[in-house]
Design a protein around this ligand. Sequence first.
Ligand SMILES: [Zn+2]
Length: 230
Amino acid sequence: MPLLDRPDATTTALVRERLSLAVMTLAREAPFYAAVLGGMRRLEVADLGGPAGVRVRGSRVELLVDPAQLMGLAEGVLPGLLEHEVLHVVLRHPARRGERDAIAAVAGTDRVFDLFNVACDLAVNDLIARPLPPGGLLPRMFGLPGGLSAEAYYDALVDARDASSWELAVKSPLPGDGAAMDSHGSWGDSEGEDGSAGRGTRRTRSARAGRARIGACGPRGAGACPPPPR
Ligand SMILES: [Zn+2]
């Protein structure tokens, strides 16, 4: 996730214009979100893993944007994307993972979900009435009700996962082409208010190991996988 120290000036201008228009929409229709966004430092990064993400460093909150991916989105979904990022910050999702490292294969696909990331997206997207970018997941897609916390969605997703195949059944086709609507990869870079590092290194290692295990036995290899990490 390299910081773009010399971003393309034309792209940067277009990205800033698009973000400004989206923030203006929120300022008119949802001033709270625009106010929170106004306090965030904006950084352009490459290979973010999604069009946007957030990182908390002490008392400073950073909004990370991947110019190439952001420019690929329709303008109409940008206010919803920004609302999504603000909700992750306000609900302190980057700090709430704890030991929630479970992953699951999506039945019928090659996709592997980090279930805490999915749970956080279900919790915030259920609160957003605006159009979401491709990849925006909603509780009903997993047969789950609205109005739950990230922790409750995580527990429900773990319970819904097949114990032997690690597969998670979906109730309707998932939106997008497999890409995430945003990146949670920078959450592990977050620092506590005392400057202490987040716990992302261990989590990243654990999630990577879990994905490697799924990859080794195949997402549809029922019965061949070790017990899932909890
Ligand atoms: Zn998200």
